[in-house]
Design a protein around this ligand. Structure first.
Ligand SMILES: [Ca+2]
Ligand SMILES: [Ca+2]
Ligand SMILES: [Ca+2]
Length: 341
């Protein structure tokens, strides 16, 4: 039976789709954003490692690719009619990224050479004061920080002097994390929804330019500095059950109850919510909202199944729509136009 099929489908949608509120206004959507495969300037860190020892300084460059994922909370407004998403805030809440091994060789002439190896390095990206503002898909990257908080950097001297002066020494980044911070302008892109059975799926892409700068003191008396730059790009998606336009009480059916909600608040110029009948999300309850209600009267969302409603109530509401429409135009059918004093 068709009705049963709809109900089963609704259950599955509830299980498969992350619980994201469908109330009008800003929504927080948590999304897992895997870092895309390193390519070109994306998801690679260009790192410089320099050491001053016995009066001499040298440095070397290497490049690490970045893999893993970032977790983010997106603050979003959804257009109640088109379901388009506009991001207003972004907070990174964790996830783990990993760096490929780094190898440096520093040359100190007759003193010898120094090798430095970064292994199993990685960390997290967070937003200390969430959420950071997003304006037209752009945000200040400085408001987000990364910490390289696991892995090791091992230095070892080789050759005539450094071979004995710098024994192999390993620094544990869990004890001495390397701070990094976003630099410049990041971008957050959210696609238009791909809509299937009342569920919208949105693609999210974040570009976060990063800069790291850490100083290290080894027991061997070696003072080193590592700097790096790169852009993290993470891409993921989220799904949400789309509200049915005109559904003031969010029960998945546009019916008399929604009509009564709008009727109660019609004329309210500001501060109206979806529950008050503000179906186009512009803060008022007016004829545009009535038009949406009328266009979608009787609609059900994919997840609603069949909610019984007395036929008389539906007829009453449909009749009411016409009355309400006249009242908005300023013509009240209830009042005599030439009532004597
Ligand atoms: Ca409803
Ligand atoms: Ca409105
Ligand atoms: Ca309006």
């Amino acid at each position: 039976m068709r009705q049963g099929t709809i109900s089963v489908g609704a259950v599955w949608i509830c299980l498969l789709v992350p619980a994201v509120g469908v109330a009008q206004g800003a929504e927080i959507v948590s999304v897992d954003l895997p870092l895309v495969a390193p390519s070109g300037d994306i998801n690679r860190l260009d790192v410089n490692f320099s050491v001053t020892i016995l009066g001499g300084t040298d440095d070397d460059d290497d490049m690490a690719t970045v893999t893993g994922n970032i977790l983010a909370d997106l603050t979003m407004d959804f257009d109640p009619v088109t379901h388009g998403a506009v991001a207003a805030g972004l907070a990174f809440t964790g996830g783990v990224f990993e760096l490929s091994p780094l190898d440096f060789t520093l040359d100190y002439g007759f003193l010898g050479t120094l090798t430095a190896d970064g292994r199993d390095m990685g960390g997290t990206i967070d937003t200390p004061l969430p959420p950071a503002a997003v304006t037209e898909g752009q945000f200040q990257a400085e408001e987000h920080v990364a910490t390289i908080s696991h892995g090791t950097i091992t230095v070892e001297g080789h050759g005539f002097v450094l071979g004995s002066a710098v024994p192999k020494t390993t620094l544990n980044l869990a004890d001495t994390p390397i701070p990094a911070a976003g630099q410049g302008t990041g971008t957050l892109t959210i696609s238009a929804p791909d809509i299937n059975d009342g569920v919208g799926t949105y693609e999210v892409t974040v570009d976060l330019p990063m800069e790291l700068d850490g100083e290290f003191t080894y027991e061997a008396g070696v003072t080193a500095r590592g700097t790096g730059t790169g852009t993290f790009r993470a891409q993921g998606q989220f799904s949400r059950t789309l509200p049915t336009p005109g559904d003031a009480d969010g029960n998945g059916v546009v019916n008399a109850a929604d009509y009564i909600a709008l009727k109660t608040h019609i004329g309210q110029g500001a501060g109206a919510t979806l529950a008050d009948g503000d179906f186009d999300g512009d803060g008022d309850a007016d004829r545009d909202d009535l038009q949406i209600l009328q266009d979608h009267f009787g609609d059900t969302s994919a997840g609603a199944g069949t909610i019984p409603e007395p036929a008389t109530l539906s007829l009453l509401a449909l009749g009411g729509l016409a009355v309400l429409r006249r009242r908005i135009r300023g013509v009240s059918p209830d009042r005599h136009s030439n009532r004597p004093d």
